[in-house]
Design a protein around this ligand. Structure first.
Ligand code: GDP
Length: 290
């Protein structure tokens, strides 16, 4: 389903999130580990203001481990706590709870010093569509998922989900809009499947992806499709892939639509291995819109 974001929707999403922010100690900003910058909301920090934030790079099982390490280093340099998870296959409760407690340790120490009783960390998940918010919610709520009921100051519909002994999550993640301005971001979202129907055409998405793969993962392309390694002309590369895989129409002409479809499917299903489409150093190459 394509969600169109109009200014009214954005203002509403922002307002609703800002209301809920008052209820939580910390925000979990969920990003796609393959494209941490492209999968972030352009106004995140402005929306959450000074609320502590844990960046959670999800889908780490699909991302290039070397590049993921570069991202972790990058966030560390910025003084921004970040962890990686695979919400689909691995339980993430312990990691997220520990990281949150570490970020909030001063706040909790102050509460303790004032004589307040120990309490769970309260958090909410935020992110653009398809980064894995529902998957993470299910992951965290899997065991002993108990809703703790209404609290004073919380609207009736607002429920808390208890995660282990030390964490409570707002049951509905906040959905924010993606970045629209930068072309590269649109391509990254399309290649990774975060936006399915887009104004970008399939051939442009494939040419973008192929260009990135040629620059960063040439050997993987060569091995997967038994290519010669001559990458000068991208259309010729597509033709070579089509020929090698036997995607031919009558008259021996390469069926490019089939090549596009297979290439995109194989990128998304890890047939070319774990791929990242964005490195921290890419950020310096163009103006960052934030
Ligand atoms: P939401 O829109 O943010 O709630 O995203 P979803 O939870 O619906 O996830 C979008 C897609 O990503 C689904 O097909 C999930 O199965 C998949 N997904 C979510 N988390 C992970 C993960 O950690 N690893 C992998 N491989 N897939 C994931």
């Amino acid at each position: 389903m394509t969600v169109q974001w109009f200014p009214g929707h954005m203002a509403k999403a922002r307002r609703q999130i800002q209301e809920k922010l008052q209820l939580v100690d910390i925000v979990f900003e969920l990003l796609d580990a393959r494209i941490p910058y492209s999968s972030s909301n352009p106004m995140m920090n402005e929306i959450i203001k000074h609320k502590p934030k844990l960046i959670i790079l999800n889908k780490v099982d699909m991302a290039d481990p070397n590049v993921t390490q570069q991202w972790l280093n990058y966030f560390k340099e910025q003084g921004q706590p970040a962890i990686t998870i695979d919400a689909l296959h691995q339980n993430a409760i312990k990691q997220i709870t520990e990281a949150s407690k570490e970020i909030l340790k001063e706040k909790f120490a102050k509460e303790k010093a004032k004589g307040l009783r120990p309490r769970p960390v309260r958090a909410m998940i935020l992110g653009i569509p398809n980064v894995g918010k529902s998957t993470l919610m299910n992951n965290l709520a899997k065991r002993k998922a108990a809703q703790t009921g209404d609290r004073p100051g919380v609207t009736k519909a607002q429920q808390w989900v208890k995660v282990g002994q030390e964490l409570e999550l707002l049951d509905t993640p906040g959905v924010l809009w993606p970045k629209f301005e930068e072309k590269r971001v649109g391509y990254n979202l399309a290649v990774t499947g975060a936006i399915k129907d887009t104004i970008l055409t399939l051939d442009h998405i494939i040419l973008y992806a192929l260009d990135y793969l040629i620059q960063h993962y040439p050997q993987r392309l060569i091995e997967r499709y038994h290519l010669s390694g001559n990458f000068e002309d991208k259309v010729a590369v597509l033709e070579e892939i089509g020929t090698k895989r036997g995607f031919l129409q009558s008259g021996g002409i390469v069926d490019y639509d089939k090549v596009y479809e297979i290439l995109l499917r194989e990128i998304r299903s890890l047939k070319l291995g774990r791929l990242s489409f964005e490195c921290p150093k890419d950020l310096n190459q163009e103006t960052v819109s934030e």
